[in-house]
Design a protein around this ligand. Structure first.
Ligand SMILES: [Zn+2]
Length: 355
């Protein structure tokens, strides 16, 4: 019998490790682009977007985060849509670390974005999967569901979603540029913890997801859309329905949060009253019922008013782009729903319990 003991011990040690390893999410600073690295409790990784080209700055920052996370490869890469701030770093990154499978919204594109689709096709040859709403991205240990892709959204409610009373008198806006409307958005679930990332999806699609039925249910952590500017996004009927506990804003010093949203026309039929809402994007997020904290990638240098930014402890970078050290924000999530968010600039950390 004794000869079986080491094997039993190993199984016990492995299952203990499997239980205690958290789900980790890194918001890598790509100066107002997007790059979110997810490492599931099984050790499988999913990167959502690859930042800008800008030399190889963002690819190097993403690579550094993979090394911090102890990764030998990126198992799954989702490119949310073909804009420079989301796919620009891919060509360089794909030379730094192996990438397993690639996920995207498909080939529909405008001429001005063709170069980004071409660079993606070159990097993903033979390893590409086009996703539609309802598809899963197969990351072991978590459930990652596609909720929007190629101008379509989920057909039916998930995650306990249902009729949304906030839709009455809710304002509608005109659709934005098609590439943002094609964004692949995902809802990642790990026990009670729900992470919603709709990237650059616009107000019109948010309303499709939230009205008259909230198809997404309530979420724990929300990566604010449009880099926190909520420019043509952040519909109050949607934000009030998903009711995030914690928000992470992937803004740059002069992009996203702090930009003024005045580009997208309201489609309110004349004479119809709509519920008033907060126009400043930080305040609109901060005033959501149930919100506990907002974390920012950058202090907004466009609008440094303290009432338009979160507390300095919860801002990863305070400088302009040229001096920026590129500190990240990280969430570590336990199976119990307890999670902590940490600012790598100062080590400041807060712990929450997913509702
Ligand atoms: Zn963007």
């Amino acid at each position: 019998m004794t000869r079986f003991l080491p094997a039993l011990f190993l199984v016990a040690a492995w299952s203990l490790a499997a239980q205690t390893r958290p789900l980790d999410i890194y918001w890598i600073d790509v100066e107002g682009g997007a790059a979110t690295l997810i490492v599931s409790p099984t050790g499988e990784s999913l990167l959502i977007d690859t930042g800008w080209t800008v030399g190889d700055r963002d690819a190097k920052r993403i690579y550094a985060a993979t090394q911090e996370a102890g990764l030998k490869r990126i198992d799954h890469l989702l490119i949310s849509h073909f804009h420079a701030d989301h796919v620009g770093g891919l060509a360089a990154l794909s030379k730094m670390i192996p990438i397993g499978r690639f996920f995207d919204h498909g080939d529909a594109i405008e001429p001005q974005n063709q170069q980004w689709l071409d660079s993606y096709k070159a990097a993903s040859a033979g390893k590409r999967t086009i996703v539609k709403p309802g598809d899963a991205i197969p990351v072991k240990g978590v459930r990652t569901l596609v909720v929007s892709s190629d101008e379509r959204v989920l057909a039916t409610a998930i995650n306990g979603g249902g009729p949304n009373p906030l839709c009455t008198d809710a304002e509608q806006k005109a659709p934005v540029a098609p590439e943002n409307q094609r964004t692949v958005g995902v809802l990642l679930t790990y026990g009670k913890f729900k992470f919603l990332d709709l990237i650059d999806l616009d107000w019109e699609k948010e309303m499709e997801l939230a009205c008259p039925v909230n198809k997404l249910g309530q979420v724990t952590l929300y990566q604010s859309s449009r880099h926190g500017s909520l420019d043509g996004a952040g519909a109050p009927a949607f934000l009030g329905a998903i009711r995030p506990q914690v928000v992470v804003v992937n803004n740059g010093p002069r992009k996203g949060l702090g930009q003024v949203d005045n580009t997208v026309k309201s489609l309110t039929p004349s004479g119809k009253r709509t519920a008033p809402y907060e126009k400043n994007s930080y305040q609109r997020l901060a005033k959501q019922p149930g919100i506990e904290d907002i974390w920012q990638q950058h202090l907004s240098l466009l609008d440094p008013d303290p009432s338009h930014n979160t507390g300095e402890n919860m801002i990863a970078n305070l400088e302009d782009t040229a001096e920026c050290k590129g500190h990240w924000i990280k969430a570590s999530v336990q199976q119990s729903g307890k999670f902590s968010v940490t600012n790598s600039r100062n080590g400041f950390s807060k712990t929450y319990l997913a509702r």
